[in-house]
Design a protein around this ligand. Structure first.
Ligand code: COA
Length: 287
């Protein structure tokens, strides 16, 4: 067992996620693709290590400097959590050291407490939600607006612009969006937009499909503030979810942030779409 760098870290991280995934898993192949590709030039801030046995990745740590850690280990190898936390102690450049854990991940929580972490009191957390893809309503949309998948790179500029408007200020650019489009398992037919009568993109929903587990993940969704509360995100999400179902998926997951003013609409949107909350995260810190 050894820690090493991989020439294509993203695919190596995704490989373990795909192999051990269940709806209760903290990561999906899609959020890793989105988080690692949405901004350009951040590789230097992200020490990443993989643990492998017999050629198979059984654990990984992805540090976001100065002091945040993402990690996943094969549930059959829980002792590896200690190795990843020790590796993180060595690469973090400033405290506090921060790790987010799902509430029911007792092995990770116990390991964090053993390593001197304690639960932080914070209002902000991720709500893990799940929806079987049965009984999806028709999308619908206001007159004059068109709900459609992107047509590929030709739409990259408008697609990046609507993301920037929804998440202002955002570091996503047309070029960084092209790298998202090139990442596995991005598919243009699961990247839905709502086009306004003047040609601007007003809203969007991106879904990532893990065909091995028949599970899609919504990440992210946004509506330009000029077009909010018109039912556009709902229409984009429903259209994308129906396309996901038509590819053979039987479930979708999403992890909206709760307790943060910038994400106020996210949880009600997904609840309105029939997603059911099943877990939440807690944040752990070590000074
Ligand atoms: C969350 C967001 C995508 C909603 O977009 P939208 O186009 O305004 O949403 P819709 O009009 O389709 O809303 C559908 C339903 O979701 C719920 N909803 C949406 N925004 C809401 C808000 N701010 N407060 C409460 N409920 C809200 C409502 O139930 C709404 O139905 P209603 O208007 O009939 O009451 C938008 O506010 C946004 O871009 N926020 C910033 C980015 C973000 O948080 N994205 C989601 C996480 S990935």
């Amino acid at each position: 067992m050894r820690a090493y760098r991989h020439p294509d870290d993203l695919r190596a991280l995704q490989g373990l996620v795909r192999r051990v995934w269940s709806p209760g898993c903290q990561y999906h192949v899609g959020d890793l693709a989105w988080q690692r590709r949405q901004h350009l030039g951040r590789e230097g801030e992200w020490p990443t290590a993989l643990w492998e046995q017999d050629g198979v990745v059984v654990g990984w740590g992805w540090a976001e400097l100065p002091g945040f850690l993402n990690l996943l280990v094969d549930p059959a190898r829980p002792n590896l959590i200690d190795a990843v936390l020790e590796w993180f102690d060595g690469v973090a450049t400033a405290g506090p050291l921060t790790v987010v854990a799902l509430q029911h991940d007792t092995r990770l929580v116990e390991a964090l407490e053993r390593h001197g972490y304690s639960r932080k009191q914070t209002e902000v957390y991720s709500q893990y939600m799940y929806r079987p893809l049965t009984g999806l309503p028709e999308p619908g949309s206001p007159p004059g607006f068109t709900v459609r998948p992107v047509s590929g790179e030709a739409d990259a500029a408008r697609r990046a612009a609507v993301h920037q408007a929804a998440w202002h200020p955002s570091r996503v650019t047309e070029d960084s969006y092209r790298t998202v489009m090139a990442a596995w398992p991005y598919r243009a037919d699961l990247d839905w937009v709502v086009e306004a009568p003047d040609g601007r993109f007003a809203s969007y929903c991106l879904i990532w499909y893990d065909g091995h587990n028949r599970a899609g993940e919504i990440e992210p969704v946004g509506t330009d503030p000029q077009f909010r509360r018109m039912g556009l995100a709902r229409a984009a999400c429903l259209a994308a979810l129906r396309a996901l179902r038509d590819l053979g998926a039987d479930k979708a997951v999403v992890y909206p942030t709760r307790g943060h003013p910038a994400s106020q609409g996210a949880y009600p949107l997904y609840r309105d779409l029939g997603f059911i909350p099943h877990a939440r995260t807690h944040t752990y810190e070590k000074p």
